[in-house]
Write a protein that binds this ligand. Structure first.
Ligand code: S3P
Length: 189
Protein backbone atom coordinates (compact mmCIF):
# COMPACT_ATOMS: atom_id res chain seq x y z
CA UNK A 1 0.00 0.00 0.00
CA UNK A 2 1.43 3.36 -1.02
CA UNK A 3 0.99 6.29 1.29
CA UNK A 4 1.27 10.03 1.33
CA UNK A 5 0.42 12.68 3.89
CA UNK A 6 -3.19 12.93 2.85
CA UNK A 7 -4.40 9.84 1.06
CA UNK A 8 -4.15 6.10 1.23
CA UNK A 9 -5.03 4.20 -1.95
CA UNK A 10 -5.99 0.58 -1.32
CA UNK A 11 -6.64 -0.67 -4.86
CA UNK A 12 -5.37 0.03 -8.34
CA UNK A 13 -7.41 2.53 -10.34
CA UNK A 14 -7.65 1.45 -14.00
CA UNK A 15 -8.55 4.10 -16.53
CA UNK A 16 -10.40 2.75 -19.53
CA UNK A 17 -11.92 4.30 -22.65
CA UNK A 18 -11.16 5.08 -26.24
CA UNK A 19 -7.97 6.51 -27.69
CA UNK A 20 -7.85 10.23 -26.86
CA UNK A 21 -9.97 9.85 -23.71
CA UNK A 22 -7.15 11.29 -21.59
CA UNK A 23 -6.14 8.05 -19.89
CA UNK A 24 -2.45 8.92 -19.99
CA UNK A 25 -2.66 12.69 -19.49
CA UNK A 26 -5.25 12.55 -16.71
CA UNK A 27 -3.69 9.37 -15.33
CA UNK A 28 -0.34 11.09 -14.81
CA UNK A 29 -2.07 14.05 -13.19
CA UNK A 30 -4.16 11.83 -10.89
CA UNK A 31 -1.08 9.85 -9.87
CA UNK A 32 0.94 13.00 -9.17
CA UNK A 33 -1.89 14.51 -7.15
CA UNK A 34 -2.45 11.38 -5.06
CA UNK A 35 1.30 10.65 -4.81
CA UNK A 36 1.01 7.14 -6.21
CA UNK A 37 2.82 5.58 -9.14
CA UNK A 38 1.49 5.83 -12.68
CA UNK A 39 1.72 2.86 -15.06
CA UNK A 40 0.81 2.82 -18.75
CA UNK A 41 0.10 -0.71 -19.98
CA UNK A 42 0.93 0.22 -23.60
CA UNK A 43 4.43 1.33 -22.50
CA UNK A 44 4.93 -1.99 -20.70
CA UNK A 45 3.77 -3.91 -23.80
CA UNK A 46 6.30 -2.06 -25.95
CA UNK A 47 9.03 -2.81 -23.42
CA UNK A 48 8.08 -6.48 -23.22
CA UNK A 49 7.79 -6.95 -27.00
CA UNK A 50 10.82 -4.82 -27.83
CA UNK A 51 8.96 -3.24 -30.78
CA UNK A 52 6.35 -0.51 -31.25
CA UNK A 53 2.59 -1.12 -31.09
CA UNK A 54 2.11 -0.51 -34.85
CA UNK A 55 4.90 -3.06 -35.47
CA UNK A 56 3.25 -5.66 -33.19
CA UNK A 57 -0.02 -5.22 -35.12
CA UNK A 58 1.75 -5.42 -38.46
CA UNK A 59 4.12 -8.29 -37.75
CA UNK A 60 2.02 -10.46 -35.42
CA UNK A 61 -1.55 -9.20 -35.68
CA UNK A 62 -4.03 -7.70 -33.22
CA UNK A 63 -4.72 -10.98 -31.40
CA UNK A 64 -1.05 -11.31 -30.45
CA UNK A 65 -1.16 -7.73 -29.15
CA UNK A 66 -4.27 -8.59 -27.07
CA UNK A 67 -2.51 -11.66 -25.59
CA UNK A 68 0.51 -9.60 -24.52
CA UNK A 69 -1.82 -6.87 -23.22
CA UNK A 70 -3.68 -9.39 -21.06
CA UNK A 71 -0.48 -10.74 -19.52
CA UNK A 72 0.98 -7.28 -18.92
CA UNK A 73 -2.20 -6.03 -17.22
CA UNK A 74 -2.46 -9.18 -15.08
CA UNK A 75 1.16 -8.62 -13.94
CA UNK A 76 0.55 -4.95 -13.11
CA UNK A 77 -2.51 -5.87 -11.05
CA UNK A 78 -0.41 -8.26 -8.94
CA UNK A 79 1.57 -5.30 -7.66
CA UNK A 80 0.81 -2.48 -5.25
CA UNK A 81 -1.93 0.06 -6.03
CA UNK A 82 -1.19 2.43 -8.91
CA UNK A 83 -3.04 4.59 -11.37
CA UNK A 84 -3.11 2.43 -14.50
CA UNK A 85 -3.75 3.73 -17.99
CA UNK A 86 -4.95 0.88 -20.22
CA UNK A 87 -5.07 0.76 -24.02
CA UNK A 88 -8.48 1.54 -25.53
CA UNK A 89 -9.21 -2.09 -26.42
CA UNK A 90 -8.12 -3.70 -23.16
CA UNK A 91 -11.57 -3.64 -21.54
CA UNK A 92 -13.10 -5.11 -24.70
CA UNK A 93 -11.18 -8.40 -24.47
CA UNK A 94 -13.30 -10.65 -22.18
CA UNK A 95 -10.43 -12.08 -20.14
CA UNK A 96 -8.67 -8.73 -19.68
CA UNK A 97 -12.00 -7.15 -18.72
CA UNK A 98 -12.55 -9.87 -16.12
CA UNK A 99 -9.09 -9.34 -14.62
CA UNK A 100 -9.54 -5.56 -14.52
CA UNK A 101 -13.05 -5.83 -13.03
CA UNK A 102 -11.89 -8.22 -10.30
CA UNK A 103 -8.63 -6.56 -9.35
CA UNK A 104 -9.06 -2.83 -9.81
CA UNK A 105 -11.53 0.01 -9.68
CA UNK A 106 -12.34 0.71 -13.31
CA UNK A 107 -13.00 4.27 -14.44
CA UNK A 108 -14.38 4.97 -17.91
CA UNK A 109 -13.18 8.35 -19.15
CA UNK A 110 -16.00 9.09 -21.58
CA UNK A 111 -15.78 11.65 -24.38
CA UNK A 112 -17.42 12.32 -27.75
CA UNK A 113 -15.54 11.14 -30.87
CA UNK A 114 -14.89 14.79 -31.89
CA UNK A 115 -13.32 15.46 -28.47
CA UNK A 116 -11.28 12.26 -28.68
CA UNK A 117 -9.90 13.14 -32.09
CA UNK A 118 -8.96 16.66 -31.00
CA UNK A 119 -6.86 15.14 -28.20
CA UNK A 120 -4.96 12.60 -30.29
CA UNK A 121 -1.63 14.05 -31.30
CA UNK A 122 -0.11 11.06 -33.06
CA UNK A 123 -2.43 9.12 -35.37
CA UNK A 124 0.49 7.08 -36.73
CA UNK A 125 1.08 5.47 -33.39
CA UNK A 126 -2.50 4.12 -33.39
CA UNK A 127 -2.76 1.25 -35.87
CA UNK A 128 -6.57 1.27 -35.65
CA UNK A 129 -6.63 4.88 -36.86
CA UNK A 130 -3.92 4.57 -39.48
CA UNK A 131 -6.34 3.84 -42.33
CA UNK A 132 -9.52 5.66 -43.36
CA UNK A 133 -11.19 8.64 -41.73
CA UNK A 134 -10.17 8.74 -38.03
CA UNK A 135 -13.40 10.43 -36.92
CA UNK A 136 -15.50 7.76 -38.60
CA UNK A 137 -13.36 5.02 -37.09
CA UNK A 138 -13.60 6.55 -33.60
CA UNK A 139 -17.39 6.87 -33.99
CA UNK A 140 -17.66 3.24 -35.06
CA UNK A 141 -15.41 2.06 -32.21
CA UNK A 142 -17.41 4.16 -29.74
CA UNK A 143 -20.65 2.51 -30.91
CA UNK A 144 -19.17 -0.98 -30.73
CA UNK A 145 -17.41 -0.56 -27.42
CA UNK A 146 -19.80 1.55 -25.38
CA UNK A 147 -21.67 -1.45 -24.02
CA UNK A 148 -18.43 -2.76 -22.49
CA UNK A 149 -17.07 0.55 -21.22
CA UNK A 150 -20.43 1.10 -19.50
CA UNK A 151 -19.62 -1.78 -17.18
CA UNK A 152 -16.88 0.29 -15.50
CA UNK A 153 -17.30 0.95 -11.79
CA UNK A 154 -17.26 4.70 -12.35
CA UNK A 155 -17.96 6.88 -15.39
CA UNK A 156 -16.39 10.32 -15.68
CA UNK A 157 -17.56 12.45 -18.57
CA UNK A 158 -14.50 14.39 -19.65
CA UNK A 159 -15.93 16.39 -22.57
CA UNK A 160 -15.86 19.79 -20.90
CA UNK A 161 -14.10 18.87 -17.73
CA UNK A 162 -10.85 20.40 -16.50
CA UNK A 163 -8.22 18.05 -15.09
CA UNK A 164 -8.87 19.54 -11.65
CA UNK A 165 -12.61 18.80 -11.80
CA UNK A 166 -11.92 15.29 -13.10
CA UNK A 167 -9.60 14.76 -10.13
CA UNK A 168 -12.31 15.93 -7.75
CA UNK A 169 -14.80 13.50 -9.30
CA UNK A 170 -12.27 10.70 -9.06
CA UNK A 171 -11.47 11.39 -5.42
CA UNK A 172 -15.18 11.53 -4.56
CA UNK A 173 -15.91 8.23 -6.35
CA UNK A 174 -12.94 6.47 -4.73
CA UNK A 175 -13.76 7.74 -1.26
CA UNK A 176 -17.35 6.58 -1.68
CA UNK A 177 -16.04 3.11 -2.44
CA UNK A 178 -13.57 3.18 0.47
CA UNK A 179 -10.68 2.79 -1.95
CA UNK A 180 -9.19 6.15 -1.06
CA UNK A 181 -8.99 7.23 2.53
CA UNK A 182 -7.91 10.45 4.06
CA UNK A 183 -5.17 9.68 6.52
CA UNK A 184 -5.67 10.79 10.10
CA UNK A 185 -2.96 13.30 10.88
CA UNK A 186 -1.36 12.87 14.28
CA UNK A 187 -1.27 16.22 16.12
CA UNK A 188 2.20 17.34 17.16
CA UNK A 189 2.86 17.60 20.91
C1 S3P B 1 -6.04 0.55 -28.97
C2 S3P B 1 -5.67 1.68 -28.27
C3 S3P B 1 -4.27 2.07 -28.07
C4 S3P B 1 -3.35 0.84 -28.16
C5 S3P B 1 -3.62 0.08 -29.43
C6 S3P B 1 -5.06 -0.40 -29.54
C7 S3P B 1 -7.50 0.23 -29.12
O1 S3P B 1 -4.08 2.66 -26.79
O2 S3P B 1 -3.52 0.00 -27.06
O3 S3P B 1 -3.29 0.93 -30.50
O4 S3P B 1 -7.83 -0.92 -29.44
O5 S3P B 1 -8.33 1.13 -28.88
P1 S3P B 1 -4.61 4.13 -26.39
O6 S3P B 1 -6.07 4.02 -26.07
O7 S3P B 1 -3.82 4.47 -25.16
O8 S3P B 1 -4.33 5.04 -27.52
Amino acid sequence: MKQNQNYLLSNTVALIGLMGAGKTTLGRYFAKSLLVDFVDSDDKIVKRAGISIPDIFELSGEQKFRDIEQRVIADILQGSPVILSTGGGAFISPKTREILSNKSVTIWLRAKPETLLSRIDNLHNRPLLAKGDPLLTLTKLANERERYYKRADVIIDTNNLSAKRALRELIFALQERDVLKLEESVPKE
